[in-house]
Design a protein around this ligand. Structure first.
Ligand code: UDP
Ligand code: MG
Length: 304
């Protein structure tokens, strides 16, 4: 039986981390006697990440690598890695070793026991600013409610059975959101708690803007509820109109007050209509991009 574990490691500008990650992860797996391959996905790095991958491969022939033609984002890098995985199971982890490799043998053992999707859940979110913590909390609260996915403590650190990998690869959406889709596909799950380690070299690739974009794109991938806001606003304005009409007939208002009130209401309604158009436009944009059928990523180099 082939019990090979493929470890997929997306890497964007991680020249300082690739070799250290390869050594550490391989060391842990070798010690646990787990057959492995490491698949680094260079997500269009501007630094020497690819050279670091080639060096890591020279040191250990179980290292393989894919390099994107440009930066396509972590989720697409994960899917590219999964598409190349040869293992009976596959794990995904960060290149900065913030996902502790020491947990891999525990996850692998759970897989051996018959669990199909072993998820690393954060015991503690590591050192984050109060604002970051607040935004992450708000994002997870929204997506949990709207999309019915509980992702509060979830991370991209996961180990999956081949069945789960194949189910994920069979999905055809262009804009992949790994964490959400992993929740979507189901299968027998187990959780492994881990402490988020400190990044030892390089820096986090997320800016506030990219996180916000990520949040909007993942919520809209799983829920059309934002479009229903228009319906709710419509009901609100209709009710407001009826009440104003009744008040006007019953009490009477002086002409000037009436004008101001009308002006405010019209501007408010116009604002809401434009916002609703924007939301609908966003979804239309998603449909448009999907209809183009462009590839999720473009690979420029491969090794191994
Ligand atoms: N990453 C990637 N493509 C990107 C951004 C990040 O492949 O466009 C990788 C990065 O190299 C790392 C992982 O995703 O292995 C997590 O990124 P980072 O450490 O910057 O995120 P954080 O830990 O701050 O959430
Ligand atoms: Mg990190």
């Amino acid at each position: 039986m082939n019990d090979l574990l493929s470890v997929i490691i997306p890497a964007f500008n991680e020249e300082a981390m690739v070799e250290r990650a390869a050594l550490t992860v391989a060391g842990v797996l070798r010690e646990a006697k787990i057959p492995y391959e490491l698949i680094f996905v260079d997500d269009g790095s501007g630094d020497d990440t690819w050279q670091a991958v080639l060096r890591a491969r020279e040191a250990d022939e179980n290292v393989r690598g894919i390099s994107f033609s440009r930066n396509f984002g972590k989720d697409r890098a994960i899917f590219a890695g999964l598409s190349r995985a040869r293992g009976e199971c596959a794990a995904v982890m960060d290149c900065d070793l913030q996902h502790p490799p020491e947990e891999l043998p525990r996850m692998y053992a759970l897989w051996k026991k018959g669990y199909e999707l072993i998820e690393g859940v954060k015991r503690d979110r590591g050192r984050e600013s109060a604002l970051h913590r607040f935004c992450a909390g708000a994002f997870y609260a929204v997506i949990s409610r709207l999309a019915g996915l509980d992702m509060r403590r979830s991370s991209d650190f996961k180990l999956m059975d081949r069945k789960v990998v194949d189910a994920l690869l069979a999905l055809t959406e262009e804009n992949v959101f790994f964490r959400g889709l992993a929740a979507f596909v189901g299968f027998r799950r187990a959780e492994v708690e881990f402490d988020v380690a400190e990044r030892t070299a390089g820096q986090s690739k997320w800016s506030f803007r990219s996180l916000a974009r990520y949040a909007v794109s993942s919520v809209t991938a799983f829920s059309t509820a934002p479009m229903q806001l228009a319906t709710i606003l419509g009901v609100f304005f209709a009710l407001a109109a009826v009440i104003t009409g009744i008040l006007y007939a019953a009490v009477g208002v002086d002409a000037e007050g009436w004008l101001v009130f009308l002006g405010v209401m019209i501007l408010l309604a116009a604002g809401c209509i434009l916002a609703a158009l924007g939301v609908a436009g966003y979804y239309l944009g998603r449909v448009f991009r999907q209809s183009l059928g462009r590839p999720r990523f473009i690979i420029s180099r491969e090794c191994g």
